[in-house]
Every structure is written in C-alpha cells, then in structure tokens.
Design a protein around this ligand. Sequence first.
Ligand SMILES: C[S@@+](CC[C@H](N)C(=O)[O-])C[C@H]1O[C@@H](n2cnc3c(N)ncnc32)[C@H](O)[C@@H]1O
Length: 374
Amino acid sequence: MRVELPEPSAEARAHSERLAALIRAEIAQAGGALDFARYMELVLYAPGLGYYSAGTTKFGAAGDFVTAPELGFVFARCLARALAPELAGGGDIVELGPGSGALAVELLLELERLGVLPERYRLLERSADLRARQRNALLARCAHLFDRIAWLDAPPAAPWRGALVANEVIDALPVRAFALREEGLFARAVGVDARGRFVWREIDADAGLRSAVERALGDRFASLPRPYLSEVCTLLDPWLDEVTRTLERGSAWFIDYGYAHGEYHDRARRSGTLRCHYRHRAHDDPLILPGLQDITAWVDFDALAHAGEAAGWRVAEHATQAQFLIANGLGEVFAHAHAATADEAARYALAQQVKALTLPGEMGEKFRVMVLRR
Ligand SMILES: C[S@@+](CC[C@H](N)C(=O)[O-])C[C@H]1O[C@@H](n2cnc3c(N)ncnc32)[C@H](O)[C@@H]1O
C-alpha cells in the first residue's frame, strides 16, 4: 500500500532520529535483528521518546487519528447507559489509556445526569503529558466532580468493584509478527540496512512464538496459503490478568477494532493487520517515522475471550459497535441531542457523528465491544 505522507518538521525528524539511534543500538546488541514486539514497544513507549510517551498531539483533528470518544459525546452517552445498571449499587470506574480525557468527561457528565455517578473515576495513565491533558479536560468540564477523580500509574493494588473500561487500548499492545512460509515458521524482526533504515528480517521462530501461533491458528496452521504474514499478541493473557486481577466483582469493557468467530486468520488477508496512522493517513509500514506515527494491530476477540476465561471471567456480551450503541440508547441519545439544538450545523455534525460510529464501512462493524463479567 503506497500512501503519500506529509513531511515531518525538522524538529519532528530530529526527535525521530534520537529514537531511531536508541533502537539501532538495541538492534546491534540483539545481533542485528530485534523482535518486532520489542521494536513496537520502543517506538510507542520508550521513555520521553516513544509515540505515546513524548508530548505531541495525537488525538482529534490536529493529531493522527480520531477515536470514537473524540468524534463527540454520542459514544460516551451510550456507554454510560450501558454502565448505569452496573453502578446502580455503587462501585468505581477505572479507565485504561484515557487518551485526551474526552471519554472520561462525557461519561462522568452522563452518569451524573443518569444519577449513577461512580464512587471514584480512576484513570490509568503512565504518560505525564497525557495526564496533564486529561486533567485540563476534566477541570474544564467536570471541576465539580474532581474529588472523585484520581490517576493511577499501575492497575489498582487493592481489591475493588465496578467497571474497567478500555477503548482502543488492546490494539496498542505490542504484538509479535510472524511469517508462515513453505520452509516453516519465522519470527519477523527488525534490522538496519546500510543506510541506517529499518528493514524486516526473518529469523527462526522460537518455542514461545511457535506455540502462540499454533494456538491462534489451530487447524489453519497447515492449510493457510504460504507466504502468510500476521501477528499474535503474546502479551494479551498476562496483561488482561494484570489489569483485572484486583477487580473482585464487576465487569470489564473492551472496545477495539478487530475480528472474531475465527476470522482473524483468513486466507484472504495474507499480509497481517498492522496499521499505522500519521496525520490522518493510514498505511501499513511500521518501520518508517519511528516515534512520529501510531502503530496498531487489529484485536483477536477470540483470543481476548480465551484470555478472559483463563483469568476467571465470563464473556457477558460481544457485539459490533453499531449493535452495541443501538442496544444502549443510540436513538434516544440522538433524539435528545437533536431536540436540544436548533442550529442546523450542529444537527448536521450530530448526524455525521452517528454515521461514523455506526456505518459498516466506518466504525460500525470494524469495531467490536466485548464485556467480561464476574
Ligand atoms: C489509541 S489510544 C486510545 C486513547 C483513548 N482511549 C481514546 O479512545 O481516545 C491508546 C492508548 O492506550 C494506552 N495504553 C497502551 N498500552 C497500555 C497499557 N498497557 N495500559 C494502559 N494503557 C495503555 C496508550 O498510552 C494510549 O493512551
């Protein structure tokens, strides 16, 4: 896929080059080939330099991509309606990867309107820059609720009950990339060419990758056409266990783009699911623009269900985003918001928001919602 990308500024290039130098040093230490998952971790999260650790605008019109909460309030208001029964008897919300804080703001305001405010709303955010942004957004709109709001840099250590919410977080977990060829299974790693650019290298699969791929592919390991490139998120099980371990009673809500019902590994999709976003252009080359672009992989919801069950959870709901929003008051949210304004431009923007959230070609079917409960 060739996409014309805007030229980064000199300052952005210099920043990217600092991160690239660090990665090249790690590649050299690793003998010339660094596993893709480690590369992805560094480009997204290297302290002070990675895409999510450094202070650039990522979300919204001025950034690189737009998420459902960034489109407007509709997504959050429907999610609030879904969460309301969970919170009726008390409990907290913990939000993972809260981005700009847009979801937290609208969720809190809608839960307040519905009379079911959580006792505490805690945001798990490791980036100081994003924390500051979330704080400003919440102070601007929810100052009166500030005594309930707190930030965490790790999952809650003490037992709690309520709801864990993660919108577009699993797609940002580093994945291992692999290639199935006539000759066998290979790990896709990152090397450096003579001009210092990052290039793909394939190395023999280690035992951990082999067993993860065999588990994810099942019978398809033998039948998928070669070459077949894809990804597997080996971090998913330990991550899910870590973020939900102290949630004693309640639910965990994961919203992300992904595949389910055995569709992740499909003979028609032979070059994987890695997606990169740079200033609203989507492409599939994670080896360029280190630190300047977002890198994601589609989520395997079958694997998420297995990880949940292994961690003692039951899958309570699983739907496309469109089905989920419609089942949780989309019509009513739209009607109220439409009636609340006579401004035609605002009504048009509202209709566009609903379309973007629900149309199959937009977020409606690419995004899925999975609710785990215990
Ligand atoms: C694509 S952004 C989504 C932001 C926001 N939830 C939204 O919908 O606009 C992904 C977020 O997940 C966060 N993230 C990635 N790995 C995480 C982890 N292990 N724990 C918590 N947050 C994580 C990133 O820092 C980033 O803020």
